[in-house]
Design a binder for this molecule. Structure first.
Ligand SMILES: Nc1ncnc2c1ncn2[C@@H]1O[C@H](COP(=O)(O)OP(=O)(O)O)[C@@H](O)[C@H]1O
Ligand SMILES: [Mg+2]
Length: 255
């Protein structure tokens, strides 16, 4: 299963969700690949920590190879996959170079190159794609390359307006490029279960028929600690409530 986690808003939990769902999938025995499409490389930092310096190249190297021909040409993704410290969990690292490559890739219409590369990778049970906080070449490539899209949402009113735009964008990509893309649903992150406003917002979204998932993620200092330690929650503190919530989210979208 290829899954992209996307919201064009930053700070809603995309990277946290990608890294932690992937770590759970690997911990349960799958062979799992994370692709970091964000030039800020937060998922790479989270999953590799200090080992980031030893990565086998980056996703930018792959995209760059699609711009070349002959021997230097498209190498596929295999050479750029780096194993993490966790059994079964692999990563194609992000890179700041994604920024300057973007206009070239757009001009040369490389929007299907991620999908083609993933079609050739047979051996992974699941693939999770982290995206930048923008509907740009890379997030479009990911939406075109995926079978599922999971949308994180933090409960504020601005985010709500952005959510409608986002759902329209996903529908457009489904219609134009990827009929097989299925919306997993909207996962509410940093949900304050005892506060009035977030509950009201969620109830309104459900009443509108939006596919809000039952599993919700609480705000927890453990998330920040696990980022700082570069250790996903399932390995950092598997018994903690937030880790259990991630496991419940994993079960709900794979159930
Ligand atoms: N449930 C949570 N509880 C506490 N902090 C969180 C939670 N989810 C995300 N964060 C923090 O919020 C910030 C943004 O999260 P991140 O996953 O990087 O979002 P995005 O990838 O959408 O920009 C990070 O500092 C992260 O540690
Ligand atoms: Mg991120």
């Amino acid at each position: 299963m290829r899954r992209v986690v996307f919201n064009q808003k930053g700070g809603v939990g995309k990277t946290t969700i990608v890294a932690n769902l992937a770590a759970i999938a690997a911990e349960r025995g799958g062979k799992v690949l994370v692709i970091d499409l964000d030039s800020q490389c937060n998922a790479t930092q989270y999953l590799l920590g200090d080992a980031v310096a030893d990565s086998n190249g980056t996703i930018a190297d792959y995209f760059e190879s699609t711009l070349a021909f002959g021997k230097l040409g498209n190498k596929g993704l295999d050479p750029f996959i780096t194993p993490t410290a966790y059994n079964g969990l692999y990563l194609v690292a992000g890179s700041p170079d994604l920024e300057h490559l973007q206009p070239k890739l757009e001009a040369r219409q490389k929007i299907y190159k991620l999908r083609q590369a993933l079609d050739k990778l047979g051996e992974f049970d699941s693939i999770f794609i982290d995206t930048p906080p923008a509907l740009n070449f890379y997030s479009r490539s990911a939406l075109i390359a995926s079978q599922r899209v999971l949308v994180p949402f933090d409960c504020d009113d601005f985010a709500r307006q952005a959510l409608y735009v986002l759902l329209d964008n996903i529908a457009e990509i489904q219609a134009d490029h990827n009929e097989d893309l299925v919306l997993d649903g909207i996962v509410v992150n940093q949900f304050q279960a005892r506060a009035k406003l977030p509950n009201k917002l969620v109830e309104e979204l459900i009443a509108e028929g939006q596919p809000v998932l039952g599993a919700k993620l609480s705000p927890s200092i453990k998330v920040k600690e696990s980022h700082d330690a570069s250790v996903p929650l399932v390995h950092f503190d598997a018994k903690h409530k937030i880790s259990q919530q991630f496991a419940a989210l994993y079960d709900e979208i794979n159930g």
